[in-house]
Design a protein around this ligand. Structure first.
Ligand SMILES: [Zn+2]
Length: 167
């Protein structure tokens, strides 16, 4: 696991139990894999001139705790104890502001494409480890906690495969 420090985090509310994992997908530019654009986005270093889309998003202050790259490599951007900024306006089981009590995991991918075998393997290992360290009750999609607003990780994410691997 590589560590890349994102400045985009703050304190969780005092006494918050970390009980949810939120899964996302991201690729920058959309549909292109590899490169360091996701790292740059999460460290506020995205070059607005490098791609027309980057101009729209380069001022966002966002992060996730982890990124699972296409080859299964993991990058951690934010310590789990800290609140990363990934879910936005969101709610889960009637509780709002999912960033407060969740861990955000980004899968490098696009909503119209399947994820790779190494990604499922790395994700499974990561979720298992997090489940052993924190009182995780649920793993949800960003689209579950922000329905209508977000659609990632997308219809090609194989929930049955993840849940079977975790069982
Ligand atoms: Zn997302």
């Amino acid at each position: 696991m590589r560590i890349v420090d994102s400045p985009n985090h703050d304190e969780r509310p005092p006494g918050t139990e970390i009980s949810l994992i939120v899964l996302h997908s991201i690729s920058l530019p959309p549909g292109q894999y590899g490169g360091d654009s996701i790292e740059r986005l999460f460290t506020n270093c995205l070059d607005p001139e490098a791609d027309p889309y980057f101009r729209e998003i380069c001022d966002l202050k966002v992060s996730a705790h982890f990124l699972v790259q296409r080859d299964g490599s993991l990058i951690q951007f934010v310590p789990v104890e800290r609140r990363a900024w990934h879910a936005g306006v969101s709610s889960w089981r009637g509780r709002e502001r999912c960033n407060d009590f969740s861990i955000g995991i980004e899968l490098e991918g696009a909503e119209h494409e399947v994820f790779t075998d190494p990604q499922y393997q790395a994700l499974t290992g990561l979720v298992r480890r997090l489940q052993s360290q924190w009182p995780i009750r649920d793993v949800a999609a960003h689209s579950d906690v922000a329905p209508g607003r977000k659609s990632d990780p997308g219809a090609h994410f194989d929930w049955a495969r993840l849940l079977a691997a975790l069982a």
